[in-house]
Design a protein around this ligand. Structure first.
Ligand code: CP
Ligand code: NVA
Length: 313
């Protein structure tokens, strides 16, 4: 393929063209196969990834760290207390210093402006490992999973049930890039940001994807090929958890919702899950559920992303 992602930042799904996204997904499928065959080459040998975390993580930390190990490189975990981004020193200075020592930077932050500022001052690619506004690495893995299970992306119908949050935003852009129809079913007042909706709708006009928002989960889920959900209260919203439990009542993936979806619909959740809230445990364990393949694909999708940004594909 002719697209070249060397040296690029990855802060948002909308940073990618449809061709660039296709290249990442193809590389992810290929690297997964090679890992299973036991012939994954050390594509990132002598490369270092610096990982900045302002928030907790299981999947993001372990997938990036294991990914660097299996590709022959090294990852450094910087915990929330280690560098106290913006407190101990300026974000700008952190970017300037880290990018003289590391080859890639990944950051999980609260404000999206922090990853943007890191990128502005970094000489090396900065990867958004989740901000309050987007979670693009998650969506690379999600699209890889949907393609594995359904054999295609274009023309499918994906419905996201729950909070119009960071995951929903990135999924919306991702669906729009791939020509996948997308509906967000959210309670009133918890819909995705209106500018994200209009940007995704504009992207969708190029790919043939329709992107919309409804306030009724059953209506949204009807005929869907993919049902997706995420927690009702994201990291940093813990104080709103009780109020959100009230607002989101009924916005749950369960047997009833699944019954209205298309036959063979798959269920996705970025995890961690709050069983009994946004998804019930039994439904998350049905054969329709692909949540653990989806979690595994964080590894393969990000390996693809890192080798492409590092110019080592
Ligand atoms: N899905 C995801 O990003 O998981 P972690 O918060 O555990 O990294
Ligand atoms: N929306 C969730 C996703 C966790 C992976 C959060 O931001 O906490």
């Amino acid at each position: 393929m002719s697209v070249d992602l060397t040296g690029r930042h990855f802060l948002s799904m909308k940073d990618l063209s449809a061709e660039e996204l296709r290249q990442i997904l193809q590389t992810a499928h290929d690297l997964k196969l090679r890992r299973y065959r036991g012939d994954l080459p050390p594509l990132l040998s002598r490369k270092t990834l610096a990982m900045i975390f302002q928030k907790p993580s299981l999947r993001t930390r372990v997938s990036f760290e294991s990914g660097m190990t299996m590709l022959g490189g090294h990852a450094i975990y910087l915990s929330p207390g280690d560098i106290k981004i913006g407190e101990r020193e300026r974000t700008e200075d952190i970017a300037r210093v880290l990018s003289r020592m590391a080859d890639l930077i990944m950051a999980r932050v609260f404000g999206h402006d922090i990853v943007e500022e890191l990128a502005r001052h970094s000489r090396v690619p900065v990867i958004n490992g989740l901000s309050d506004h987007e979670h693009p690495c998650q969506i690379l893995a999600d699209l890889q999973t949907i393609e594995e299970k359904k054999g295609r992306l274009a023309g499918l119908r994906t419905t996201y049930v729950g909070d119009g949050n960071n995951v929903c935003h990135s999924l919306m852009y991702g669906a729009a890039l791939c020509g996948m129809h997308f509906t967000a079913a959210c309670p009133k007042g918890y819909e995705p940001k209106s500018h994200v909706l209009s940007e995704a709708q504009a992207l969708g006009r190029g790919s043939g994807a329709t992107i919309d928002v409804v306030n009724d989960p059953a209506q949204g889920a009807r005929g869907a090929d993919v049902l997706y959900t995420d927690v009702w209260a994201s990291m940093g919203q813990e104080a709103e958890a009780a109020q959100r439990r009230e607002a989101f009542r009924g916005f749950q993936i369960n047997a009833g919702l699944l019954a209205g979806a298309a036959p063979g619909a798959i269920i996705l959740h970025c995890l961690p899950a709050h069983y009994g809230e946004e998804i019930d445990y039994d439904t998350a364990r049905t054969p329709n559920s692909a949540i653990f393949d989806q979690a595994e694909n964080r590894l393969h999708a990000q390996n693809a992303l890192m080798v492409l940004l590092a110019g080592r594909a």
